[in-house]
Design a protein around this ligand. Structure first.
Ligand SMILES: Nc1ncnc2c1ncn2[C@@H]1O[C@H](COP(=O)(O)OP(=O)(O)OP(=O)(O)O)[C@@H](O)[C@H]1O
Ligand SMILES: [Mg+2]
Length: 255
């Protein structure tokens, strides 16, 4: 397997923060989230979250079903807005950004891995990996294709570059999804139950890949998981209960 260079192109015209600066990737202050605001079924599901995620962190987010893990991940991922509180993503206050600015920030700063990989079935593995370049730049140039190929190599799937998702196993599809999440060398990857749908061997392979990218490229990871074997191998375990952070455990890193 090849080593992956840490980042995407440096000539970023969007004004996105320089990922080499040592600011935390995420700083949440007093974040609250309610659904169905102003209706009889209004419900607050996050009750004032304070959380900082540092550069190169490799953290797990655990907690019972319904505790708000996905909601929190979606807020950090700029897929939803908080009801109140403030959020700095790589040093940039995102509270006042327009929807277009949020989309741009998402494309430049974040990678996503979901339980169900969300690969596009009509496209090959390499096209799926290169998709963020297509969305961001409107085309896949030779450099982007080369990067997509080296990412596929890094996840052990260079030989499968031209196969469609339906021709890959669940574990292979999730490795393609990880390669896609890293296409732009984001400082932070958010993963919602990335191994939830996999057998033990595939789950281990997917975990090891994320861990390796974290160590080699410095990409921070926040991984929602129900699997204690995954959580106990992360450097920090953040536990959410009923929409509040109930505990944070640090583990002495083994590297
Ligand atoms: N779009 C929505 N509208 C209304 N309520 C919602 C919405 N999304 C989530 N909720 C509620 O917010 C709470 C937290 O849900 P969330 O999906 O974040 O939990 P979770 O910790 O990810 O659970 P799981 O482990 O089952 O995935 C739940 O009570 C859920 O019903
Ligand atoms: Mg969830």
């Amino acid at each position: 397997m090849s080593t992956i260079d840490p980042g995407a192109k440096g000539d970023d015209p969007s004004g996105a923060p320089d990922p080499r600066i040592d600011t935390p990737v995420v700083v949440l202050s007093s974040i609250r989230k309610s659904y169905n605001l102003g209706t009889p079924i209004e419900a607050e599901v996050l009750h004032g979250i304070d959380l900082t995620i540092g550069r190169r962190e490799f953290a797990a987010l655990i907690g019972p079903s319904g505790s708000g893990k996905s909601t929190l991940l979606n807020l950090i991922g700029l897929l939803e807005r908080p009801t109140s509180g403030s959020y700095h993503l790589v040093g940039r206050l995102i509270d006042e950004l327009s929807d277009d600015e949020l989309t741009a920030a998402r494309l430049h700063t974040l990678g996503f891995v979901f339980q169900f990989h969300h690969l596009l079935p009509a496209f090959s593995a390499i096209e799926n990996v290169a998709m963020p370049a297509l969305i961001r730049d409107g085309r896949v140039d030779a450099g982007a294709r080369q990067r997509a190929l080296s990412l596929l190599e890094a996840v052990g799937l260079a030989d499968a570059a031209d196969r469609k998702p339906s021709q890959l196993s669940g574990g292979m599809q999730q490795r393609v999804a990880i390669a896609r999440a890293l296409m732009h060398g984001p400082p932070l990857v958010l993963a919602d139950e990335p191994t939830g749908n996999l057998d033990t061997a595939s789950s281990n392979a997917v975990f090891e890949l994320m861990r390796r990218f974290n160590r080699e490229s410095g990409t921070a990871f926040l991984i929602v998981t129900h699997d204690p074997r995954i959580a106990e191998r992360c450097d920090r375990v953040i536990e959410l209960v009923d929409g509040r952070i109930a505990g944070v455990k640090h583990r002495v890193a083994a590297h």
